[in-house]
Design a protein around this ligand. Sequence first.
Ligand code: ASC
Length: 151
Amino acid sequence: MKRLSYIAPLACLMLVVPAYAQFTKSGDAVEYRQGVFTVMSHHFGLISRALKGEIPFKTEEVSANANLVARLAKLPWGAFPVGSTTSDSHAKPEIWKKADAFKELAERLQTQTDKLAAVAKDGDASAVKAAFGDVAKTCKECHDAFRTKHE
Ligand code: ASC
């Protein structure tokens, strides 16, 4: 009976350890984070197209896309275990050498995408454009410092 006392705390611990942080192979981490960035880029791109007038600017759709971007922006960071690269990966070793700078950008992206989602609700295109521009700047800053160029 005494042994059972371990079960409740253990069960609680399992609930708080995020599933996304569990990667045993670099390839799995790379696949996960690239998948997240791909989907994020798709929805961010739809906001861009709406702002440029390439597709209709519908508040409900822009807001849904901004919410997805904000939710997705929280996910990749648990999928960068130290040194996790593969031949498919664009991750530079600086990610782990300058971990504080990388973390700062990851946090800034989350703050800015939350703001984008908040302003998108109101449907004010100029406010969306400004918040979108801030996010895009952070994407670029992080790519310039921490991501190898596409061929
Ligand atoms: C996008 C996308 C990125 C960013 C970046 C902004 O739509 O896929 O990686 O914006 O290009 O500078």
